[in-house]
Ligand binder design. Structure first.
Ligand code: GLU
Length: 506
């Protein structure tokens, strides 16, 4: 076996490959990763695929890829290698069998031939009697305190009947441990079922495989969701049977919907992959998930943290016990903070690649020289930064910075056109043609000087100008928008637009 320095921190994320990464899973992965990094330890990803019925092809790889997108890279996994592999449980079956034989020999486990129907009947009966359903120990051997003669068990084994192996939970003992989040926790063994360790298909159950692997992989800290707290007595008993020291444990608070019900299980609402697809950045997702149960300290108002800052600041002592509300609005707010703070060049680079995709879709023969220049894109970003929630919205919400409008929001036209709008606009286009200074300030002066003697308000032209140059009735300050669009595009669009809206207004 490997020798790891005593006290070396080794944490693990142990997902079942069910096809997508749940935000709760990402939080578990993140906290394990942060703790390991903070303590200069190792972070391991182990695939727990012992439930063959739930297995989804290719899910292991996509889990690691999604983690990588968020910046979490394991030190050891089936893709990254390591000295404690294999890191996929279905490749470790021989190991589990070997430890199962040991438990059977030492009389800490026994064969059980009860059929599914029998178990179900027993469960119903116990429920009817108001009891907590538990295995009735029909197959617990006489020599282990049960009623089944050894000869009966031999007979079934020789006949090759299917069986499971169950752990023999000691009667009436108290099982205690110190949870790093919850403090001391105590269980009464009378409430603990004789858990199945090996299933009839030869695969171990989660409980058995996970304890053996945590030990063999020298995991020092098990950090996972609160839903696993009730498994602790079974796990601790197994450690005791084997004479192994259990890792330290920290059970993270439940994730709740804003109405404080248990977080939705609908994949579309909780799959990390879907949040990425919707355009949330990995920075915002990690920041959001980090705050689901952790905060820096009493009195800290701070909410924006990079992954590197989290690595420095994270401590398990600051993980709370109370359920953490999963509020997507907060994620949206964080995304906005990141867009505001992101360096201009980074956004420009992203928009360029989005724009390239967009142009491919449109297969236009337009001259894309100007709209793909860094300087132009930089101006668009500065103008729109405050108004977008996602990077892709620089293009979807304000496509007019890149493409001439093909149509005009009809309602806006109806609302903003008077019978003399087009003739006044026509005159104003002439004035714009003679204007060489297309700065926002100057355009404002030019427009005001133009409308005043005609006894019109600036709004008389502001709205039609916006609609004809952008196609829509809302957007950033008109003068700034015209400045960024530039004289040539503005005049071209106005000329074309005035002809086109004629049909709508007359
Ligand atoms: N395979 C378990 C899961 O799917 C892991 C639980 C644990 O961390 O022990 O969440």
């Amino acid at each position: 076996m490997q020798t790891t320095p005593v006290n070396r921190v080794r944490t693990r994320f142990a997902p079942s490959p069910t096809g997508y990464l749940h935000v709760g899973g990402l939080r578990t992965a993140l906290y394990n990763y942060l703790y390991a990094k903070k303590m200069n330890g190792d972070f391991i990803v182990r695939i727990e695929d012992t439930d063959q019925a739930r297995k989804v092809e290719g899910a292991e790889k996509s889990l690691l890829e999604t983690l990588a997108v968020t910046g979490i890279v394991p030190d050891e996994s089936f893709m990254h290698g390591g000295n404690f592999g294999p890191y996929i449980q279905s490749e470790r079956l021989e190991t589990y069998m070997q430890f199962c034989r040991q438990l059977l020999e030492e009389k800490n486990a026994y064969y059980c031939f009860s059929t599914a129907e029998e178990l179900e009947e027993n469960r119903k009966l116990q429920m009817k009697q108001g009891m907590q359903p538990k295995y009735n120990r029909k197959w617990l051997p006489e020599e282990m305190g049960g009623t089944m003669p050894e000869s009966e068990i031999r007979k079934k084994l020789e006949a090759g009947l299917p069986y499971v192996v169950r752990m023999r939970v000691p009667d009436y003992i108290s099982i205690m441990f110190e949870d790093m989040v919850r403090g001391p926790v105590e269980f009464d063994s009378a409430t603990v079922d004789d858990q199945v360790l090996m299933k009839s298909d030869g695969f171990p159950t989660y409980h058995f495989a996970s304890v053996i692997d945590d030990h063999l992989m020298e995991i020092s800290h098990v950090i996972r969701g609160e839903e696993w707290l009730s498994s602790m007595p079974k796990h601790l008993l197994l450690y005791e049977f084997f004479g192994w020291e259990p890792p330290k444990a920290a059970h993270l608070p439940l994730l709740l919907n804003p109405d404080r019900s248990k977080l939705s299980k609908r994949q579309g609402d909780v799959a990390v992959e879907d949040f990425i697809r919707k355009g949330y950045s990995h920075e915002a997702i990690i920041n959001f998930v980090a705050l689901l149960g952790w905060n820096e300290g009493e009195g800290s108002e701070r909410e924006v943290y990079s992954l590197d800052e989290l690595k420095e600041k994270f401590t398990i002592e600051r993980v709370g016990k109370a359920g953490a509300v999963f509020n997507v609005e907060k994620l949206g707010w964080l995304e906005k903070q990141y867009i505001k703070a992101r360096p201009l060049e980074a956004i420009v680079k992203k928009i360029k690649s989005l724009l390239r995709d967009e142009l491919e879709k449109k297969s236009t023969d337009m001259d894309t020289g100007r709209i793909s220049s860094d300087e132009y894109l930089g101006q668009v970003v500065e103008l729109m930064r405050e108004r977008v929630s996602f990077e892709h919205e620089f293009i979807t919400f304000s496509s007019y910075f890149f493409f001439d409008p093909q149509e005009y929001e009809e309602k806006a036209v109806q609302k903003r056109w008077a019978s003399d709008t087009n003739s006044v606009l026509g005159e104003f286009i002439g004035v714009l043609e003679d204007t060489s200074d297309f700065s926002a300030d100057n355009l404002e002066t030019v427009l005001k000087d133009f409308v005043a003697p005609r006894e019109k308000k600036p709004a008389f032209l502001i709205h039609p100008l916006r609609i004809l140059t952008s196609g829509v009735g809302f957007g950033p300050s008109l003068y700034h928008m015209l400045e960024v669009l530039g004289k040539e595009a503005v005049i071209r669009r106005l000329r074309k637009g005035i002809e086109r809206v004629d049909g709508v207004t007359s």
